[in-house]
Design a binder for this molecule. Sequence first.
Ligand code: FES
Ligand code: FES
Length: 155
Amino acid sequence: MTRVSLTINGQPRQFDGDGEMPLLWHLREGAGLKGTKFGCGIGACGACTVHIDGTAARSCSVPMSTLEGANITTIEGLAEGARLHAVQEAWIAEDVAQCGYCQAGQIMAVAAFLKDYPEPTDQDIAENITNLCRCGTYVRVRKAIKRAAKSLQPA
Ligand code: FES
Ligand code: FES
C-alpha cells in the first residue's frame, strides 16, 4: 500500500493503493475525471496527456508512487473559471475536433508546448506535438496551434 498526497485541478487529494497504478487510472476511476482518455496504455498515442507540475506527461505511463506533492492539471482544470484557455478557444474557432477522442490530450500537450514555443514553426510543432489522431485532424490542429500562439502574444 502506497500513500501519496497530491493536488488535482487545485483540489488536494490522497491516494492509498498500489503505487504502480498509473496516474490515468487514478484520474478516471478514483477522481472521476473522464476527460483524460485511455488510448494505447504504453505512452505512444498521447490521448492521456495531462500536466504534472506544468509539464505535459502521458498519464498512462506515470506510476502513482512518483507523484508525492505533485500538482496535476487535467483538461477539466485547464480553463480559468468560466474563461476558456486560449488553446481551447482556438480549438473551437478552428473546429478542430472530429470524433474528439484524442482532443483533450492534444489540447493539454499544446498548452504546455506553447509555454516553451511562443512562436512555433511547423517544424517545432511536428517535432513536439506527437499525439496521434485516428481521424486525421492534424491540419486543423496545426492551424489552431498557430491561432492560440498569436492570441497569447502580448498586445
Ligand atoms: S494512453 Fe497514454 S499515451 Fe496512449
Ligand atoms: S478527433 Fe478522432 S481521434 Fe482525434
